[in-house]
Ligand binder design. Sequence first.
Ligand SMILES: [Zn+2]
Length: 438
Amino acid sequence: MFARITAHSLRRAGSILLLASVLSACSAVQSIDTPAENGASAVAQASAAPSASASAAAIAASSTQASVAPSAAESPVANTTDEQAIIASIQETLDLYAKAYNDNDPSLLAQVVDPKNGPMKRYVQTRFENYQESIFGGQGGFEYTVTEVEPHESGFIIATIERSGLQAKWTFREVNGRWLMSEPNEKQLGERQKVESEHFTFYMYPWTKDVNEKLMQQMDVAREQVLEKLGKVPDLKANVYIKPTFGVGAVTSPNTLAFYDRNSRAGDRIVIAAPNSYVFPFYDASAGWEGDLQTTLTHEYTHLVNNRSFTPISRMSDWMVEGLAEYVSDPTSARSRGVPAAVASDQIIPIMDTSGQVNKQDLEHLTILEQDVGLAYGFAFTLVEFINDKHGGMDGFWKLVQSYDQKQNLPAAIQEAYGISYEQFDQEWRAWLEENYG
Ligand SMILES: [Zn+2]
């Protein structure tokens, strides 16, 4: 009953399409759909602490409740019950939405969004502004096609949308005879449930019951993958929050799959964007949303394990943190993020920028880079791979991390851990890059 878990990479599709590629802070999130925000970062701001509502709710209960199709009585205006008519109306909305982008005409946005949904209006407006301000702004070429509609609760429709061979699922609501972009409000999501599994505590809503079970299973896969690569995971259960809509829960950027939030009020947690919410990025239709999400969940869970069971992330260099998460979650990271092309054209991002400029463009400052962030993740991956290959496997990696934790200085840590200078380490890495990715 479960979809095949594959690691098909949207990143590859993204680079082929030359679409915006944006990484969220400390997250494997990539935006490959457009309209996309440029320079966006996942904002893992403090948000409502998970409350133990409906603790008795079991996943079995939520997954066996049959989906309730909106009846004529539920829908405020139920004239367009015919599926073809709904599809036509949603397509009209999507055409207007695309036109707003293609003509750079924000006045059209008001016609495509549910006027009663404040968060949704803000989301669409902000996203539009960020896109038009980005280097991709004004290029046009937007076209969306609705291929399928599925009734959901409270009169909502979940529509399958295609763009450039990619797919997303967006929700629509009928307002005065037209189907507009909308998401359920907090009340329509149903009561939040706390669901205990063997290794996780999940917070989720009945609204996402079609995917909750699959997401729980994917977290178990993430745990198995991290355990296999790192040898241990925390005994304490980790909190996982399934964020149902843009408007509810932690503040997130568009194109968020999932992120590790180590500063939430209730302790650290992993937040997953529901695959049928607007923030979830477009995905390769043949791989389904599960493919890249699995890679991302394993990436984010690696951060959690790193932070809880090894060394606090805040005491490690950026490339160690992200390189490790890439190394554990995605063996294709270097290639899919463009490392071979950068090596071939002699554009290796340095480990340490020694040019003296204030805004360091190096792997030590990976998460605050102004450009080539995706490529930097790829190079961080190669550093961890190189250390595993040439400096004693994972033990060698942790040896360096421990020295760095003490000294907070990379050359000193390399000297202590490996008995060589930073310059020699750098030279070895570059030679190894030529050999393996050149
Ligand atoms: Zn990360």
